[in-house]
Design a protein around this ligand. Structure first.
Ligand code: ADP
Length: 445
């Protein structure tokens, strides 16, 4: 129909503009995840390890005590509420703290403890009595650098002799200035200026170089090159550490240029499954009918917290408005909001201040809100060619392994086209999606 064509056009426009903003979007997504994350992401997979020297014994630790950290740092770690190393930290920390230092490339999804790990490594390696930079950390954006800086400050809060400097735009220093801080964190451009032409510190004295969020980094024009130029100013004895949430070929090529003779560790994402999910569909004839059906089941879905996904911002805005008019308290998460605003909305939702969150397919990509047990696909997820987006469907409603609580997914179908999409999703996962009669709700309760 005409309305569907317009919808498809709008969604395509949104997805094109997001592609153009791909870089910004990746950085924003990463920042958003950091802002909303309050715990470790659990993962039962085995860490895969590729050692530079396969004959050397492989150490992993089950406690922070085993690492023989400085007491101030152990206090810092416990002060942050950490009891034991995370999966990735068990292997990464002994490698990073070994003598002589070892180079490391590590990959694991966001929230698994990478930042905490390299922050601890940097803090362990600095000599607080020496008043010049010894550790560098580069991040893809100003905001991400600030977030990591906060972790350094928090973990180092019992170790005040160690000081931190931000090499970020807007932080202008007087010519000829020499930094006294032991750790410098910043973005590649400013960092390169500071250790290159401006000579605010001597790169030859750097002992640890951390490159964070390598996948976001290489998506930004110029960052890859700047990072490599920084790396070349460092002494060959400098420990090089690189972290990434994902590892496509391009990230891997970059990683190998930055980190010579690395140990490599990887932690696979936990598989998601639909096994513990009850999936339904509701058959309607229009957007208005879908809204009516949603109202009919509203009481049942708001026993738990629910997320409702729409194809476009316009539909999401409309739906949130209609639900509010019915007297329901709903939150709206939309692509035009600033990252901080989005984080605030997600936080309120996570704290249970609203039971229902309406959002667009695109906007919610990559965000995990763990406690959601009801997902409504007001529009089914499709890719830019209008084919079923199975991956998004799975990520949205699936649960991971044994942490998975039971969940409920309701798909709203309003045309032959969307029925076809639903059938294809059903076939793809070989999991039946049952028809739900919204006038008779006994089934889902
Ligand atoms: P990543 O860098 O992989 O995204 P973070 O280091 O930011 O992961 O850790 C994710 C969250 O888990 C943060 O809130 C962090 O404080 C917390 N965290 C990290 N390591 C531990 C640990 N060993 N025990 C408990 N919580 C941890």
């Amino acid at each position: 129909s005409w309305a569907q064509a317009v919808d498809a056009q709008e969604a395509a426009a949104e997805s094109v503009s997001l592609n153009l903003r791909n870089t910004k979007d990746k950085a924003a997504q990463s920042l958003l995840n950091k802002l909303i994350r309050s715990n470790l992401v659990q993962n039962t997979n085995q860490v895969e390890v590729l050692q530079k020297d396969p004959n050397s014994p492989l150490y992993s630790v089950k406690s922070f005590e085993e690492l023989r950290l400085k007491p101030q740092l152990l206090q810092g770690v416990y002060g942050m509420g950490f009891n034991r190393p995370s999966k990735i930290q068990e292997t990464a920390l002994p490698m990073m703290l070994a003598e002589p230092p070892q180079n490391l490339i590590a990959q694991s999804q966001s929230g698994t403890g990478k930042t905490a790990a390299f922050v601890l490594a940097m803090l362990s390696h600095v000599d607080p009595n020496k008043k010049y930079p010894q550790c560098l950390c580069v991040s893809p954006t100003y905001e991400l650098a600030l977030q990591t800086g906060k972790v350094i400050e928090q973990m180092g809060s019992y170790y005040p002799e160690v000081r931190l400097m931000y090499a970020i735009r807007g932080n202008k220093l007087a010519r000829g200035m020499k930094l006294q801080e032991q750790i410098v964190i910043g973005t590649p451009g400013t960092m390169l200026d500071w250790c290159g032409k401006l000579r605010f510190f001597d790169p030859k004295k750097i002992k640890v170089f951390v490159l964070d969020e390598a996948d976001v980094m290489i998506a930004t024009q110029g960052h890859q090159d700047q990072s490599i130029r920084i790396q070349r100013l460092l002494p060959p004895t400098c420990q090089m550490l690189l972290f990434s949430a994902t590892f496509e070929e391009s990230v891997w090529n970059f990683a190998q240029r930055i980190v010579p003779d690395p140990n490599i560790i990887k932690l696979k994402r936990e598989e998601e499954t639909l096994d513990t999910i009850k999936q339904y569909y509701v058959l309607c004839n229009s957007k208005e009918e879908k809204f009516q059906a949603l109202c009919n089941i509203y009481g049942a879905i708001t026993i738990a917290q629910a997320m409702i996904f729409c194809h476009t911002r316009k539909t999401a805005g409309w739906l949130a408005g209609e639900l509010s008019r019915e007297g329901h308290q709903v939150a709206l998460l939309s692509g035009e909001m600033q990252v901080e605003q989005r984080a605030a909305v997600i936080e309120r939702f996570r704290d249970g201040k609203e039971k229902v969150l309406v959002t667009t397919n695109v906007c919610a990509r990559g965000i995990d809100v763990e406690q959601v047990s009801v997902v409504i696909n007001f529009d089914l997820p499709v890719d830019k060619d209008g084919n079923p987006d199975n991956e998004t469907y799975l990520h949205r409603i699936g649960r991971t392994g044994r942490f998975g609580k039971r969940g409920l997914a309701i798909n709203m179908v309003d045309s032959r086209m969307s029925m076809n999409i639903l059938n294809r999703i059903q076939e793809h996962f070989s999991k039946k999606i049952e028809k739900l009669d919204t006038d008779d709700l006994d089934e889902i309760e």
